[in-house]
Structures are given as C-alpha cells and as structure tokens.
Design a binder for this molecule. Structure first.
Ligand SMILES: NC(=O)c1ccc[n+]([C@@H]2O[C@H](COP(=O)([O-])OP(=O)(O)OC[C@H]3O[C@@H](n4cnc5c(N)ncnc54)[C@H](OP(=O)(O)O)[C@@H]3O)[C@@H](O)[C@H]2O)c1
Length: 386
C-alpha cells in the first residue's frame, strides 16, 4: 500500500515536531509546513530531514490561501493543525481551505479546557472558547468521523514561563500551590503523530470518537515542580505567590497573548480551589490514553525536566556564568563564537546563532586569573528524544 501523505502545520513547535517525527517513523510521507522555511525543526538536523525524506513547505494558518497551496503542492490527505490566534475566529477560512485542497482527515491540537460539547462552551473563557470554535468548524467541515481533537491538559513546558524567576532563584509566580498534571509535549506529539499515521488508534472518549483527552501521569503543584527543576539544575529556588495581574504581566513578557494569560489565571484560580479537572472516569481514561495510543509510558515531570535542563550559556570557570535566553538555540542550529580576553581577569564572549541571526554577548570582569592556555566548548548531558 502506498504511504499516506501527511502535512504538519506548526512543525517547528514542541508538539508539532514530535508529531512529524512519529508519523514518519510509522511510515507516513511527512511534509513540514512552516512559516519560515529556514527555521530549524526541533529534534531534526538537516541531515535527518533529508534521510527521513521530510519536505518543507511554507504556510501560515492565518492565511487560508497559503494553507490551500501547501496542501495542493504536497498532495497531503491528512493534516495536523494548531489553533491560530488571529482574525480568523474558529479558523473558518483555513479549515474549509484544507478540505478544498484535498485533506480528508485532521488532527487538531485542542485543549482539556473544552470540557463538554464545543457548542456549549462559554465565550467568557478565551482558551476553551477559542479551541471549541475550531472544533465546531472541523465538525461542520469534515464531519465527526474525519477529525480528532486531541485535548491535552497542562503542559510541563509551561514552567518555562517562569524562566527568569528560575534563573534569579526567586520565583514570584501566581498560584504556586494549585495542582497540575504536567503533561510532556513530546507525549502529546507522539499521540498526534500516531493518530495521523493510524487514525484508528484514536478510539475516542465517551460517545465522541472525535475527542481524545490527555493528562500527564502525576498531579503536582508549581512549588514542587520548581523544586524538581532546582534539583535538575543545581539551584535553590524560593517560591512566593503573586497576584493575577503580576502573573499576566510575567506571561506577557514571555510572549503569551494577554487573552490567553487572563484565561489561564481564571482557570488556575479554579484549580487552586480544587476543580473537578482531575477527577472522575473521564480523567481516569485520559490518564491511560498516552500509553494506549503510543504504547509508551508517559514522561513524568522529573523526566521532562531532566530531558530539558540543558541551558546554553558561557562561563568563566570556576567563577561567574551567564545563561542565554530560553529557546535561543534549538537542535540543528549552527552557532558561531568568539572569545576575547581583554586582560587576565576580564573578557568578552560573543556567540551568534547563525541559523536565526540572534547574537548574545557577555562581558566578564574581576574574574579568577586566566592561565591563558585554553578555552573550552562543552556539550554536556546531551540527550536526544529521550
Ligand atoms: N500550554 C498548555 O498548557 C496547553 C494546554 C492545552 C493545549 N495547548 C495548545 O498547545 C499549543 C502550544 O503547543 P506547543 O507547545 O507545541 O507550541 P510551540 O512549541 O510554542 O509551537 C507553536 C507552533 O505553532 C506555530 N504557529 C503559530 N502561529 C502560526 C500560524 N499563524 N501559522 C502556522 N503556524 C503557526 C509556530 O510556528 P513558528 O515557529 O513559525 O512560530 C510553532 O511551530 C497552544 O497554543 C494551545 O493551542 C497548550
């Protein structure tokens, strides 16, 4: 039987990149739909892209024409899509464009916050409403049997919203004691990729074949999660609760849209009071879904932290160190570096991510005296896809 053509929108994302690799490993021809053709896909070097016969195609989910053109050029019949924040509410232009161009089956990265029937979701909460609108458009366009909404709960990677606080050792964050499930994006991606390659893997939850709820294996507070991060990176992190407004300001600084941040505060305040998210038979089923679909045990938060702890930076050993911003470098990027010692105790390091064009520099002063013999470029604790 000929291999199926699959197109992954959001292939540079945490979930999308794992979905693309999983679908390819399961025998699909995978097309990586990206907004920037030069941007690396995490976990895939240029050589691995070539060896796996991945092909790149440019498309923006906010531009229905580009979506249709990408599908037509790849002859893909199955697609993974993300929610695109933008003027096309419910992706009412994009989703019909997928269908007209030849897509027969869609996997949508939705959200656990869509709890009941999408049509009954309140417009008061941005996150659940925005995802529910897309599910409605999928149902109208493709019919219940021809799409799957994967609804994951709270991503382990959300801890990276507090990167600056972690770096400072003083985490001032909202709702430190609310419990979350910390699902690993890699597991979500593997679920999406498996369903793309084998739609029958999604047996559906309850009456709805088109919905797959996912949760991480263990409930834990942000305070406890930060303690795990602290141990993984060898740093004591103190935790203090801040207001919703301060939480929104922190998330906006990390690039989260204000509507999403406000909606998160609303959901977290309910979690803090003990919501029913993590109770009942639907939760129990959601707990089993990752392993049932991927045949792999889900990653717990400590395993996720261990896989994601590498932080790029420069260090004047054994004195000061500085870290570069999160996600400054990703697998497959080319990096250039220059090091200038301006005296035996001071100097300048300049590193440039040649793939993205982003430079980072750090000036060191009053350090331990240099021996003047060597400088080291170290890749330590390297892990690749678990
Ligand atoms: N955080 C949570 O707890 C949570 C819970 C439930 C569901 N979710 C869902 O999961 C999503 C985040 O997934 P993730 O961690 O994989 O995200 P991510 O790593 O931040 O990646 C986002 C991906 O979406 C792409 N993208 C954004 N806007 C696009 C557009 N207009 N057209 C095409 N591609 C676009 C980005 O492309 P570029 O590389 O070009 O930017 C990137 O590939 C959320 O947006 C939400 O819908 C999140």
């Amino acid at each position: 039987m000929a291999a199926v053509n699959v197109i992954v929108f959001g292939a540079t994302g945490d979930v999308g990149s794992h979905a693309a690799r999983t679908a390819q490993q399961l025998g699909a021809n995978v097309f990586l739909a990206v907004r920037d053709l030069a941007k690396p896909v995490p976990g895939l070097t240029a050589e691995q892209e070539k060896a796996g016969r991945f092909e790149r195609v440019k498309a923006d989910l906010n531009d229905a024409e580009s979506v249709g053109a990408a599908v037509t050029s790849t002859k893909a019949t199955r697609a993974l899509i993300y929610l695109a924040h933008g003027p096309d509410h419910g992706m009412k232009a994009c989703i019909p464009a997928l269908k007209s161009a030849g897509i027969e089956f869609v996997v949508f990265l939705s959200s656990y916050s869509v709890r009941g029937r999408p049509a009954e979701t309140s417009s008061d909460d941005y996150i659940s409403y925005a995802h529910a609108l897309v599910e409605l458009t999928l149902a109208e366009t493709f019919g219940e049997q021809n799409y799957v909404a994967v609804r994951p709960a709270f991503f382990a990677s959300n801890i990276l919203w507090w990167s600056e606080e972690i770096r400072s050792g003083d985490a001032r964050i909202p709702y430190p004691d609310a419990l979350f499930d910390w699902i690993a994006p890699a597991d979500i991606g593997r679920v999406c990729g498996t369903i793309l390659a084998k739609p029958e893997a999604a047996t559906g939850d309850g009456d709805e074949r088109s919905v797959v709820f996912l949760v991480g294996p263990q409930q834990m507070s942000q305070r406890d999660a930060l303690a795990i991060i602290g141990r993984a990176i060898g740093k004591d992190i103190s935790v203090t609760a801040v207001s919703d407004d301060e939480g929104v300001a922190l998330m906006k600084k990390m690039g989260v849209p204000e509507g999403v941040a406000r909606s998160a505060m609303n959901q977290w305040s309910k979690m803090n009071e003990g919501s029913d998210w993590y109770r009942g038979s639907a939760y129990e089923k959601a707990l089993r879904n990752i392993e049932a679909i991927t045949e792999r045990k889900p990653l717990d938060f400590a395993a996720w932290a261990d896989e994601n702890k590498q932080k790029p930076g420069t260090e004047w050993f054994p004195k000061d160190a500085c870290e570069w911003p999160d996600r400054w470098v990703r697998a497959g990027d080319a990096v250039g570096m220059t090091l200038q010692a301006t005296s035996s105790t001071s100097g300048l390091t300049v590193v440039e991510n040649l793939t993205t064009g982003r430079p980072e520099s750090h000036r060191f002063a009053n350090q331990r005296e240099l021996c003047g013999f060597n400088a080291e470029w170290i890749v330590e604790d390297l892990s690749y896809d678990g």
